[in-house]
Design a protein around this ligand. Structure first.
Ligand code: FDA
Length: 503
């Protein structure tokens, strides 16, 4: 396809990509979105679009023979993971040495599989992480715009206090409080009106039916229902699915050509397209965008990319852990999959931690409290290009996760001491209490102001942009998608005002 047919090309369809697609479409620019995953729209023969966490099938994971859930065992028993047929399922676990990264695959990217927690970071920490970004504009314009578009809301507190579905969160709150720690409500993109109807038995259950990491059949305002629906509504945006961008090159006339492999549901490449465009927006996520640019630099198709491409990666200091409760303090057999509370000790300068109070929706009483702690781990990883594998490889040592574990341990030792409780050692496939060898929040690789200018314009390459989580240098202190969305809004406002992105 020539650049006349495709003025703007967007790679990926997660947060950064979806914002780009909508704002380009609204500006009247014909835009093609390339997404390697499926469109998750049609129910299968069983009547659902997605499978639940407790009964995973081929739709659960991206070309795996067995599911690879973050909690792999229970009471050390291998009862959680199931054999499946390889298929373009919705959740991927990308394995690097000492660090696995969970990402969403499909139209909507991470929004399909994530917990929907929509937090705006504390302003002081945002400024510390991205000092080159005008915080007044972010907090006055772009964060509010992102939250409005994403449909962010907070759970009605009277319902939270009374429903059995959040007993686990109330128990964890009381235990944090006993240790002198503050708990906050975290906003969400899940529709709490819908959730209350689920509880009342008047709507089909989703959050209350153990659905989340393999997709929610109802209730969650994922990007396909917000930004991407609006993008398609402009009439200028088209999405190609099961299409994986592989290579990027630039012609003498300044247009970009992207090599795109089309795959079928077995993963076989059925065709390869060369798609030319005037402006190229990379929204393939921290791993995807970094790999595309690193490969382009190292194979010489975009040789002028600077040395910052591949640097500044972090997993937002993610650590998962469980605590064992006393038998007289049950967390409930009924647990909503959508987290709505967090222990907020970020202002503790000696040991900042923001710990999401996570569900363990097993359908039976587990006497466990689960958390995803976000810590201020200063360690950063670097990607290098492995020519033999034609892939970006993350260089991350086990020792680089140690500061995150120490921070989480410091906070939860306090919670355990105050409640005379211990950790759970049976959840992560061995006897560890802390899992810091996987993350949900990959950030960095093409950091704003280093690999790009202050607006995501890739250094040295006009009309080539990064719009996703790879812009954030490894840490943002809270769950990241609101920040990714708001930064993409800021980029698109600037780019559409200043750059000739082609009509
Ligand atoms: P994102 O990863 O969303 O999208 C990238 C897209 O590009 C994907 O659809 C991918 O398939 C596609 N792609 C990649 N390479 C490609 C290629 N070469 N060609 C074509 N397409 C390609 N965050 C939060 O704020 N609150 C929360 O509650 C949670 N919870 C959570 C739970 C779980 C299980 C996970 C895995 C993640 C979360 N997150 C989260 C993290 C959040 O989902 C994540 O930060 C964002 O989705 C990242 O947005 P991006 O725009 O960077 O990329």
């Amino acid at each position: 396809q020539s650049a006349d047919n495709t003025p703007a090309l967007v790679i990926g369809s997660g947060y950064g990509a979806a914002v780009a697609a909508l704002r380009l479409g609204e500006a009247g620019i014909r835009t093609l979105v390339i997404e390697m995953g499926r469109l998750w729209e049609a129910p299968d023969s069983g009547g659902t679009v997605f499978c639940s966490m407790t009964a995973p099938d081929q739709r659960s994971m991206w070309f795996k023979r067995r599911t690879e859930a973050p909690l792999s065992t229970f009471l050390w028993l291998d009862v959680i993971n199931k054999d499946i047929t390889p298929y373009p399922g919705v959740l991927d676990r990308v394995r690097h040495s000492n660090m696995s990264v969970y990402v969403g695959r499909g139209v909507g990217g991470g929004s399909l599989v994530n917990g929907g927690i929509a937090v705006t970071p504390p302003r002081a920490y945002f400024q510390e992480v991205l000092p080159g970004v005008d915080a007044d504009a972010m907090y006055g314009t772009y964060f509010p715009r992102a939250n409005r578009m994403l449909g962010t809301a907070t759970i009605p507190s009277d319902w939270f206090e009374s429903t059995e579905w959040y007993q686990y969160a109330r128990v964890a709150r009381a235990q944090a409080s006993a240790a002198g720690l503050k708990t906050v409500f975290v906003p969400s993109v899940y529709d709490f009106g819908y959730m209350q109807r689920e509880a009342a038995g008047t709507a089909t259950k989703s959050a209350l039916a153990q659905e989340v990491i393999y997709g929610n059949n109802h209730g969650k305002r994922s990007l396909d229902k917000t930004y991407l629906a609006a993008a398609l509504g402009t009439g200028n945006v088209t999405i190609h699915t099961l299409s994986r961008a592989r290579a990027i090159r630039r012609a003498a006339d300044g247009t970009y050509t992207v090599t795109v492999d089309r795959i079928d549901t077995t993963g076989a490449v059925t065709a390869t397209d060369e798609i030319a465009c005037r402006a190229l927006f990379l929204g393939a996520g921290s791993l995807g965008t970094t790999e595309l640019l690193l490969r382009a630099r190292e194979t010489g198709t975009l040789p002028g990319l600077n040395a910052e491409v591949g640097r500044g990666w972090g997993g937002n200091g993610n650590v998962m852990l469980g605590r064992a409760n006393h038998v007289w303090n049950p967390t409930g057999a009924h647990q909503s999959t959508i987290p709505v509370t967090a222990i907020d000790d970020w202002s503790n300068a000696a040991n900042p931690v923001f710990a999401e109070i996570a569900p363990l929706p097993a359908g039976t009483e587990t006497w466990a409290s689960l958390y995803l702690a976000i810590t201020k781990n200063p360690e950063r990883g670097t990607f290098t290009y492995d020519a033999a594998k034609d892939a970006a490889v993350l260089n991350w040592t086990a020792g680089q996760s140690a500061p995150a574990v120490a921070a989480a341990k410091s906070l939860f030792d306090r919670v355990n001491a105050a409640n005379v409780t211990i950790y759970r050692y049976d959840l992560f496939g061995d006897t560890r209490a802390f899992a810091a060898d996987f993350c949900y929040h990959p950030l960095g690789g093409c950091v704003l102001g280093r690999a790009t200018d202050a607006y995501g314009r890739v250094a040295g390459y006009p009309r080539l942009y990064v719009t996703d989580g790879s812009l954030i240098p490894g840490s943002i202190g809270v769950n990241p998608f609101v920040t990714i969305t708001a930064l993409a809004e800021r980029t698109m406002a600037r780019v559409l005002a200043e750059d000739d992105v082609g009509r």
